[in-house]
Structure formats: structure tokens, C-alpha cells
Design a protein around this ligand. Structure first.
Ligand code: HEM
Length: 221
């Protein structure tokens, strides 16, 4: 049963990693000069919202977030129950990284980020929550202005930038852990997996951390 749970964690985790690559690539559009960024980001967002295939993938995405979180909670609780008594020598500190020992805490921080983030944008665009959304010259929802207005709030920008650190830490261990669960045990491959994990987590952390700062200082809705 534990094996199945680990597989679900690995597969949903890798799916979420792919989503993050696509999501960060789209958010790089926000770095274009203001007018270009507005047109490109609004058109991209409009195309996504009106594509039934993407809507189906979005449902898979929500399910992946839920399954990944619930499995993580179950595994953490099981591990707590199975922990050796305190009086045994515990070499965990020497044998594992801080990230690997705190995946639950890092994951919880990301989950809190996702909930706040969904309230910031997704709930407004998809559920129509809050005041009426601005419309651009093409008659599309002006999601670019919504993002810029939201990130002009220094507390929200700080929250996004700070939370990109636990995101990077979680991804750094998560990618390596998923690779091992899916059968990549050989030392030679694990070396490459570690390199990929370092590169991937740095790009995601820096990208998601710096874009809000760029918007806060330079963009205009
Ligand atoms: C620079 C930082 C980010 C910006 C500006 C941003 C922007 C957005 C926007 C505007 C939407 C709504 C899109 C729409 O419905 O048209 C969205 C959706 C979403 N974002 Fe982000 N995002 C950022 C970082 C993140 C991060 C770090 C995560 C995950 C850890 C994340 C997870 C999601 C998810 C799960 C959705 C819902 C996607 C869907 O409904 O298909 N975002 N984001």
C-alpha cells in the first residue's frame, strides 16, 4: 500500500512539475513591454479558458493537487506512527538533507500559497468572485491588469517572492525522490537527476520569485 502511495505521489508530483514549466513560461509574457505583455497575456489566457481540452487538463491538475496533498498527509502521519522511540540513536540528521526531512512542512507552505493564489486570480476569473473584471480592447478579460493590480500590493508581492523559496526547496528534493520511486536507482543516473533537479528548482524558484518583483517595480496595468 505504501508503494502505491509513493507512486501516486511521484506521478502526481511530476505532472505538477510539468504544469509549473508551462505556467512559468506563460508568466514570462508578463516581462514584455507593457502593451505587448497585456495583449499576449490576455490572448493566451483567453485561448486557455476557451479550449475544452485545456479545461479537461485543468480538472486533472486540480485532482493532482488534491491527491498529492492527501497522500503526503497520510504518508507523514504513517511515518510519525512508525518513528523509533526517542531513546534510540537517530542518525536522520546525518543521513538526509533538511529538505527531505521537511517535505511535509514545505508542501504545506506551498498549499497555503496555492490557496491564496487561487483566491487572487482563479476564483475571480473562473468563478466570477469579487468585483467585475476589466475588459481589454479585444473584448477579452484583462487578466494582465488584474495580475498587475494585485502584485502592486507590496505584501502580496513579498508573499509570492518569499514563498518561491520553499517551492524551490520542495521541488529540489521532490524531483529526485520521484525519480527514485519510479525506478532510477543507479548511482550514475542519480547524479544526472540531481543536476536536473538543481537546475529545475533554481529556474522555478527564481522565475516565480522575481516576476512579482519585476511587476511591482516596473509594470503598469
Ligand atoms: C509569478 C507568479 C505567478 C503568477 C503571476 C501567476 C498567475 C496566475 C494566473 C493569472 C492564473 C489564472 C489564469 C486564468 O484562469 O486565466 C493562475 C492560475 C493558477 N496558478 Fe498561478 N501564477 C504564479 C505562480 C504560481 C505558482 C508558483 C503556482 C504553484 C505552486 C501556481 C499555480 C496555479 C494554479 C494551480 C492555477 C490554476 C490553473 C487552472 O485553473 O488551470 N501559480 N496563475
Amino acid at each position: 500500500m505504501l508503494i502505491n502511495r509513493k507512486y501516486i505521489m511521484a506521478i502526481t508530483g511530476l505532472f505538477l512539475c510539468i504544469f509549473l514549466i508551462v505556467h512559468l513560461s506563460a508568466n514570462f509574457l508578463l516581462l514584455l513591454p507593457n502593451n505587448l505583455a497585456k495583449e499576449a497575456y490576455n490572448t493566451y489566457s483567453h485561448l486557455l479558458r476557451n479550449n475544452p481540452l485545456i479545461s479537461a487538463v485543468s480538472i486533472l491538475l486540480y485532482l493532482a493537487i488534491i491527491f498529492h496533498s492527501v497522500m503526503a498527509l497520510i504518508i507523514t502521519l504513517d511515518n510519525k506512527k512508525a518513528k523509533p522511540q526517542k531513546y534510540f540513536m537517530n542518525y536522520a540528521q546525518q543521513n538526509s538533507s533538511w529538505n527531505s526531512r521537511n517535505m511535509g512542512l514545505l508542501g504545506l507552505m506551498i498549499l497555503i500559497f496555492i490557496i491564496v493564489h487561487m483566491a487572487n486570480f482563479w476564483a475571480k476569473v473562473k468563478l466570477g468572485y469579487g468585483p467585475e473584471l476589466p475588459i481589454d480592447s479585444k473584448g477579452q478579460i484583462d487578466i494582465y491588469s488584474v495580475v498587475v493590480t494585485t502584485l502592486k500590493n507590496p505584501f502580496i508581492t513579498l508573499f509570492y517572492t518569499i514563498l518561491s523559496i520553499p517551492l524551490a526547496m520542495h521541488l529540489h528534493h521532490g524531483v529526485q525522490s520521484a525519480a527514485k520511486t519510479l525506478g532510477l536507482y543507479h548511482k550514475r543516473y542519480l547524479k544526472y537527476v540531481a543536476l536536473i533537479a538543481t537546475f529545475y528548482s533554481c529556474v522555478m524558484g527564481l522565475g516565480f520569485g522575481l516576476i512579482p518583483l519585476y511587476i511591482y517595480f516596473f509594470s503598469q496595468g
